[in-house]
Design a protein around this ligand. Structure first.
Ligand code: GDP
Length: 484
């Protein structure tokens, strides 16, 4: 067969204004250079004119070089694995050595995509090689040229990852930053360098950044503790959240982040489009569905309905959707057909049937109705991914508050959604549709649902929605923060 060589005539549009390199072949991963033709050109310029900064592009290029230099199969990688197996030596100032970050993946696909972007940005900031778990392989193409971002499995001859099942790490793990700080194993010396008060130093640190994390775990968001873990050859990171607003709140990262993102509220838009490229079978499903149902429309309206606690359909949620669409005049009633196509995504088909009855059968579409959320189901992951990408091609988006599925769609598409607040999680059938039923998002950024409220400088809890002007509390989760 013919080698999959990079196309020679890629345009700036196809390369997403330089976010992507032209080093990849296109047959093995069609989505990479085709994404733009389903997004930018058709989209109102207003939301997609954001160009990545030259500084961000430079950082991405040097990070690609790092991934290639340190990735699986290289001598530094083998050396780092050997050190991990030997079980000693944590802090190293030797700049020759490569350092690694392994995000531990759990929860639904939207959550996993947000945490992967967060880990990636943290890896760029701290010059670590990002290695992800294998569930990503079936869904996404490789983001970095001439290397792999997949963590070699433990059985792999020679260079296998020795820590085994990453699921075992949790808040009680003694290797966690929080528990080591609590046990005083880890402290910062007068010179600001990390030191260990114990002789047996683990070769890795586990970062427990899960929603239910404790005081000591939250010190991850302080400069002092960042200095401490800087030299650790391996970091494991457990989170299901979009940590980026939290990274902006760490003073030693802020200057760098502000240079990378002069327009701060498109961080996910850039990083998500850089990192994620659906694998060919997923992309085929996206483009086929798009061509069949959405391509001809003058306007595409995406409605994403995610109900968290109930599997049975809720009339109240339907009322809220219809009330939002009517109030904001997002669609004309069926008799006055305008040239719009409606894409409904939901685990249930009930909402779709009702919306179809209201707005006319031929222009309302739902790609799948899976019934319930299945954990770690490859087929459902692929459907979910293709639906997030289909939603991201829309011109208008109505989303369910608190859903990371919706965050990914709006972020990839650069679309300011109409968010329907979930009050609280629609847990009961009683109660009324909120007034207003939906509101325009402040920005296309995802909400960080579990920020640390600890003010490192103040040494007490603070209101993290007021520390910098561009980080505010979220529309759909008052305790969360987002860049806006
Ligand atoms: P969140 O729970 O809404 O924050 O989003 P996640 O993506 O993290 O988890 C929800 C999971 O449920 C998805 O990954 C899918 O597997 C499934 N799911 C939820 N809503 C839909 C939908 O509209 N379509 C499909 N295909 N799957 C969905």
């Amino acid at each position: 067969s013919v080698e999959d060589v990079p196309p020679s005539n890629l345009t700036t549009d196809q390369l997403l204004d330089g976010l992507l390199t032209a080093e990849f072949g296109s047959r093995s991963c069609r989505s990479r250079y085709e994404f733009a033709s389903y997004h930018d050109k058709k989209k109102k310029k207003k939301h997609t004119s954001h160009k990545p900064s030259p500084y961000l592009l430079a950082k991405l290029r040097s990070h690609e070089a790092l991934q290639k230099q340190c990735g699986p199969g290289t001598a530094p990688y083998r050396a780092a694995i050997r050190q991990l197996k030997s079980g000693n030596g944590i802090v190293t100032s030797d700049s020759e050595n490569c350092r690694y970050l392994v995000p531990i993946s759990y929860r639904g696909l939207g959550n996993r995509m947000l945490s992967t972007v967060s880990a990636f940005l943290y890896a760029v900031l701290t010059e670590r090689t990002l290695l992800v778990q294998h569930d990503m392989a079936a869904l996404f193409c490789e983001p970095f040229p001439r290397t792999t971002w997949l963590l070699p499995s433990s059985g792999w001859l020679g260079g296998g990852f020795p820590l085994g099942h990453l699921k075992k790490y949790g808040k009680d793990s003694k290797e966690s930053l929080g528990n080591m700080l609590k046990a005083n194993v880890l402290s910062v010396g007068d010179n600001g360098n990390a030191s260990w008060s114990d002789s047996d130093r683990p070769p890795y640190v586990y970062l427990h950044l899960d929603g239910g994390y404790g005081f000591y775990d939250k010190l991850f968001y302080c400069d002092e503790q960042q200095r401490l873990i800087r030299g650790a050859p391996w970091l494991l990171m457990r989170t299901d959240s979009y940590l980026v607003p939290g990274l902006f709140l760490i003073p030693s990262f802020r200057d760098e982040l502000e240079r990378m993102f002069p327009e701060k509220d498109v961080a996910f838009h850039h990083l998500g489009r850089y990192l994620f490229h659906p694998a060919n079978d997923v992309w085929r499903a996206v483009t086929r569905y798009y061509d069949a149902h959405l391509a001809g429309a003058g306007q595409r309206v995406g409605i994403q309905i995610r109900v968290f606690t109930q599997n049975k359909p809720l009339q109240k949620v339907l009322d809220q959707v219809l009330s939002c669409v009517r109030r904001e005049k997002l669609l004309l009633p069926s008799i006055q057909t305008n040239n719009a196509s409606v894409l409904v995504t939901s685990l249930s088909s009930w909402y779709y049937e009702r919306i179809k009855a209201e707005y006319g059968g031929s222009r309302v579409h739902q790609p799948s109705h899976e019934g319930w959320q299945k954990m770690r189901d490859a087929s459902q992951d692929r459907k979910a991914l293709s639906e997030m990408y289909l939603l991201s091609t829309c011109d208008v988006l109505v989303t369910t508050g608190f859903s990371t599925f919706g965050y990914v769609a709006q972020g990839l598409g650069g679309i300011l959604p109409w968010i329907m607040p979930a009050t609280p999680f629609w847990s009961t059938e009683t109660g009324v549709v909120p007034d207003p039923p939906c509101m325009r998002a402040m920005s296309v950024e995802p909400c960080f649902h579990s920020p640390s409220n600890y003010g490192c400088a103040a040494r007490k809890d603070v209101d993290v929605g007021t520390l910098v002007p561009y980080i505010r509390h979220c529309e759909d989760a008052s305790w969360g923060i987002k860049i806006a």
